[in-house]
Design a protein around this ligand. Structure first.
Ligand SMILES: [Zn+2]
Length: 287
């Protein structure tokens, strides 16, 4: 059964570890992440972007697949199904489809509008026993042409949003999505510290987890980060393993073209990546 991310993240914040959000794209991704979480007895958050939602034909398909898989695979660790960087309309669709968690990314709105829309969604999420993630200070990425340092959120704006009653808060602290450029200046721990001082027990979320050095991840967790999003890293691992299989000509040997064989190395690579992250984040054995 899907659960809200609230309890798992409050426990993580109090216990000084972080729960991973791993974004899903299809059946192989979902199965790899759920099985790894179960094997490691770790809570887990499955992330779905609006683009991935469309790719998988819609939110209802995803809810059906994830619920079915939890049942058929005998998954007993806490699993949250979470909309990643949702629009206001996207959030409403996921509430209706049966997600257990949503993120409203109002960071591109003026702060007053972000507050107004987040306030409405706090109420809706509470009515459905769902967790809600809000974002302050946009988190850049390659597609935004961001070079070097990502944006840093205003800690006072973070407090205004946290006080609305959201479950967890994503704030820009110099992190970006996708691969980090060579000249990246690193995370701003000064900003993170200031945000935690003002938001207290609120679990903080670190987006763009791919390529952040391990010592920075650990320091971020020590300063209140309780949820870390991983997306690109699983994609890179899947692509590399699949490329090696094909380059080795294995799809041309016997029934190597069978999708269940062709996709197996990528599946194993996702499992290994998720395991590595759960160990780094400290969520192993915390289910
Ligand atoms: Zn993000």
């Amino acid at each position: 059964m899907l659960v809200s991310a609230k309890d798992m993240l409050n426990k993580a914040k109090a216990g000084h570890y972080a729960v991973g959000q791993f974004n899903i794209n299809n059946l192989e991704w979902t199965k790899a992440i759920l099985l790894t979480a179960q094997e490691l007895n770790s809570p887990v958050i499955l992330g779905v972007s609006e683009g991935a939602g469309k790719y998988m034909t819609g939110y209802k398909t995803i809810v059906g697949m994830v619920n079915g898989m939890i049942d058929e695979l005998g998954i007993t660790v806490p699993v949250a199904l979470h909309l990643d960087h949702g629009s206001y309309e996207g959030c409403l669709k996921c509430v209706e489809a049966g997600f257990s968690s949503i993120m409203f990314d109002g960071s591109h709105y003026p702060i007053d509008e972000n507050i107004a829309k987040t306030t409405e969604l706090v109420k809706i999420a509470a009515e459905h026993n769902m967790s809600l993630e809000a974002e302050v200070g946009s988190i850049g990425g390659e597609e935004d042409g961001v070079i070097g340092k990502g944006e840093c959120a205003d800690p006072n704006e973070c407090k205004s949003i946290a006080d609305l009653g959201v479950t967890m808060l994503a704030a820009g602290i110099g992190n970006i999505h996708g691969k980090y450029p060579e000249n990246w200046e690193g995370l701003s721990f000064e900003t993170l510290d200031a945000i935690q001082q003002l938001t207290g027990d609120m679990p903080l979320v670190l987006h763009g987890g791919t390529g952040i050095p391990e010592d920075m991840i650990k320091k971020a967790i020590s300063l209140g980060v309780a949820k870390i999003n991983v997306n690109t890293e699983c994609q890179l691992a899947f692509a590399e393993a699949t490329r090696k299989y094909i380059e080795a000509g294995k799809d041309l040997e016997g029934k190597g073209f069978d999708p269940r064989k062709l996709l197996a190395p990528g599946f194993d690579a996702i499992k290994a990546t998720v395991k590595e992250k759960m160990e780094l984040f400290g969520s192993v054995g915390k289910a």
